[in-house]
Design a protein around this ligand. Sequence first.
Ligand SMILES: C[S@@+](CC[C@H](N)C(=O)[O-])C[C@H]1O[C@@H](n2cnc3c(N)ncnc32)[C@H](O)[C@@H]1O
Length: 290
Amino acid sequence: MCDKSRDDALTLNQQEFSFICRYVHEHAGIVLSESKREMVYRRFSRIIRERRLSSFSDYCRLLQKNPEQEQNYFINAITTNLTSFFREQHHFDYLRQHELPALIRNGSHEKYMRIWSSACSTGEEPYSIAITLMQAMQGLLSQWDVKILATDIDSNVLAKAKQGIYAKDKLDDLSSEIKRQYFKQGTRENSGKVRVAQCLSKLITFKQLNLLHQWPMKGLFDVIFCRNVIIYFDKDTQQDLFARYYDYLKPGGLLILGHSENLGSFQSDFDNVGRTIFRKPVISAQAQVV
Ligand SMILES: C[S@@+](CC[C@H](N)C(=O)[O-])C[C@H]1O[C@@H](n2cnc3c(N)ncnc32)[C@H](O)[C@@H]1O
């Protein structure tokens, strides 16, 4: 009762909202417009209540005073994590029908493949990539060194992704073949849920990574998924990220964006090979000499 009246009294003034917007932009790259005020209010009033603070100003002060402790909660509260298995199915069709057969043909010597899901949220995207790999490579997979790196800034979604346990209705749109082959029925406390099969999880390494920070990976990637994340960033951040994605792709590698995203001025550096699918050109030997 006491908590309720305090919540009713909670207001978010312009100064507090501006502070939160600046902080989110600086630390996660995410741009919050005025239309997000209600969302900010809802998500942070819960945290303020949990911290037993009495105002947004108190929370802003706590964030400044104690960034190590608070920043993670703050970022986790502000991210939008909407995702699903085989979201934008055409990307996975392209991978299975065109890209993976070509990589298998051209890489028969090295047998080495790296794929990065760079904003993996709760894991549905990297697990969909893993299923696509299993379908395209079948018996070959055991002869290859294939890994999927799956990263996100949000530690809560990463923990869920690593667990690989989902409500059954998340699989509603999947074929019964995929459900049977790649998901196990949960038991005891997980009854009514499903767990991804081990053959998928062993292909994936989950790591926390803020795309704005330095990327610690050493090698280059054959395919990078950067879907439905850059839409939250401003133009300069997007362009900076595209330059880095370019550098982290092998020549001929693929960059896959979300349905409402585009490369802006980087468009001419890539070949558009499908709906929001872009290929880093293979620079010919002749061009290298020049
Ligand atoms: C809408 S989800 C997209 C998930 C998946 N890629 C898809 O298309 O279904 C956006 C994800 O981007 C992550 N994200 C936001 N800002 C980020 C940043 N600066 N660095 C890394 N990940 C970030 C969020 O935590 C969230 O999980």
